[in-house]
Design a protein around this ligand. Structure first.
Ligand SMILES: Cc1cc2nc3c(=O)[nH]c(=O)nc-3n(C[C@H](O)[C@H](O)[C@H](O)COP(=O)(O)OP(=O)(O)OC[C@H]3O[C@@H](n4cnc5c(N)ncnc54)[C@H](O)[C@@H]3O)c2cc1C
Length: 468
């Protein structure tokens, strides 16, 4: 082990390595509840060449290696699962290399936080529109590796939807490649950029990215409406999406979530479900016209207590209920396991019903909110960590929701990734043939299996290299 530490100090510099056990313990966690292994060391690279030198050494000496951005993964993507691992923290590779406003592009290092990038884009009247709820800490590299989405995905989609034009990636076999081009269209060859988006740190270390930007919309309005029944709110979302009125965000909060927010912030809610619908644009008359049409639809479809923002203050106040949703859950139970099921949009009402049915079956509280306009909900299964029986039920309920989602033609993860947490259900979703093909690709990029061992693939695949 001393040899490894000496090598790391030589390559990264002694001020860019952590080895104190008390500090390393922090790196055994990310934003989900399961604790991983405490790593041997954490390194903070300054450039791709250092990472290349390390990966050649790690491949030769078979050192389990975990890449970490902001550590906000909700699927255990960023935590070590094998003893004596090295964590590569990208947090100090956080520069904006250039912004080319006339091309609507920015080139950045992978460790920059998404909010930090957007603060810097303000002066150009541009935004990078992929905005996970964790954007204050989540890095561009982590968001690419997890194919992140966010509240505005109804309009802008996720990372995979054209926002990443090219990537610099360091491969375990020691090469540094540049994927893609600096053009919005490219039809030359395989889509290697797309392959790394969503690869969850298993194929290579992303060090730089060229991103597509958009003009910052000058106007935004958010509508809030309640519904008597949760299913009615979900049915409204399906109807609204068919109108072509181009909402930027459609968020859903169920009764359990509203009750938690009420206890947290005093929200006075009506009915059993809330929808928040955001419209953005530059032309006042256009927004007003779309707003009127949606308000009419809401009235006709039985929504209650409808309101919308007329000032910036009201805009922030209306969105507060959604922003408070996750933090408020601890007022009900100390912990929660958050899921990420996503279904074809017409199946959204059925997904809402499934969450309710499973909660009743296992006698659990499942507070569900999320990106309804993408068919993507976050059922949060609440539990007390001291109650082992309850946690067993949580795991059964989580599996049941995921399996029912697959039966609806959906996916177990719309944006959080598989990590370690959804490996078993991903096996059901993907099937053997597809997993075998992905594993062949994994071995092509990482022949010694050193990158993110234990994640994405079921245990039996990793046994080629490790006991996980
Ligand atoms: C409060 C909260 C709200 C959230 N809301 C959303 C949301 O709305 N939408 C959404 O999509 N997600 C959301 N998330 C999940 C998570 O924040 C995002 O997926 C985020 O993009 C992860 O970025 P990160 O930098 O923290 O990555 P990490 O958690 O550090 O890592 C995530 C994965 O990416 C890999 N990775 C990280 N950096 C690199 C790199 N440079 N090269 C190769 N692999 C890398 C890691 O190995 C790991 O597998 C939320 C999380 C929290 C805690």
């Amino acid at each position: 082990m001393d040899n490894i530490i000496k090598f790391l100090s030589d390559v990264f510099g002694s001020s860019n390595i952590l080895t104190e056990k008390e500090i390393l313990e922090y790196y055994a966690y990310d934003a989900q509840p399961i604790k991983g292994e405490i790593p041997l060391a954490v390194v903070f690279p300054q450039n791709a060449d250092q990472i290349r030198e390390y990966l050649i050494y790690a491949s030769k000496h078979k050192i389990p290696t975990y890449v970490r951005g902001g550590g906000t993964s909700l699927s255990g993507g960023a935590i070590p699962l094998i003893e004596n691992a090295v964590v590569i923290s990208m947090y100090r590779m956080n520069r904006i290399i250039d912004v080319v406003p006339q091309d609507l592009q920015a080139r950045v290092e992978a460790g920059i936080a998404i909010d930090e990038l957007n603060i810097n884009l303000n002066k150009f009247d541009l935004i990078f529109p992929i905005d996970p709820g964790s954007s204050a800490a989540a890095t561009i590299g982590g968001a690419i590796a997890g194919n992140a989405g966010g509240i505005k995905a109804v309009k802008y989609g996720c990372m995979r939807d054209g926002w990443v034009l090219s990537l610099e990636v360091v491969l375990p076999r020691g090469s540094i490649i540049e994927t893609g081009t600096r053009t919005f269209k490219a039809a030359a060859g395989y889509n290697l950029t797309g392959l790394f988006i969503g690869s969850e740190g298993t194929l290579g270390v992303i060090t730089k990215a060229t991103l597509k930007l958009v003009a910052k919309p000058k106007r935004a309005v958010v509508i809030r409406a309640y519904f008597s029944h949760e299913r009615e709110a979900a049915e409204f979302v399906v109807k609204l999406l068919k109108t072509g009125l181009d909402p930027t965000a459609i968020e859903f909060l169920d009764r359990d979530t509203l009750e938690a927010v009420k206890r947290y912030s005093g929200l006075e809610y009506k009915g059993n479900a809330m929808l928040l619908i955001e419209l953005t644009g530059n032309v006042k008359e256009d927004i007003e016209k779309r707003l009127d049409m949606i308000l009419d639809m809401l009235r006709n479809e039985g929504a209650i207590d409808i309101t919308w923002s007329k000032t910036e203050e009201e805009y922030q106040k209306i969105w507060m209920a959604r922003k408070a949703a996750a933090p408020s859950l601890s007022n009900i139970k100390p912990k929660y396991l958050v899921l990420d099921p996503t279904v074809p949009i017409s199946k959204l009402p059925e997904l809402v019903d499934i969450c309710k049915r499973v909660a009743a079956k296992y006698d659990l509280i499942i507070a569900t909110f999320g990106h309804a306009g993408d068919g993507n909900l976050h059922p949060n299964i609440l539990y007390d960590p001291l109650n082992k029986d309850e946690f067993e039920k949580v795991l059964k309920a989580a599996k049941e929701i995921s399996i029912e989602t697959i039966k609806l033609g959906g996916t177990v993860s719309g944006e959080h990734g598989i990590g370690l947490e959804k490996v078993d259900v991903f096996k059901v979703e993907a099937g053997k043939e597809k997993l075998d093909l992905m594993w062949e690709m994994k071995k092509l990029f990482d022949p010694n299996g050193i990158l993110n061992p234990g994640k994405l693939f079921p245990r039996e695949y990793w046994e080629d290299f490790w006991r996980v």
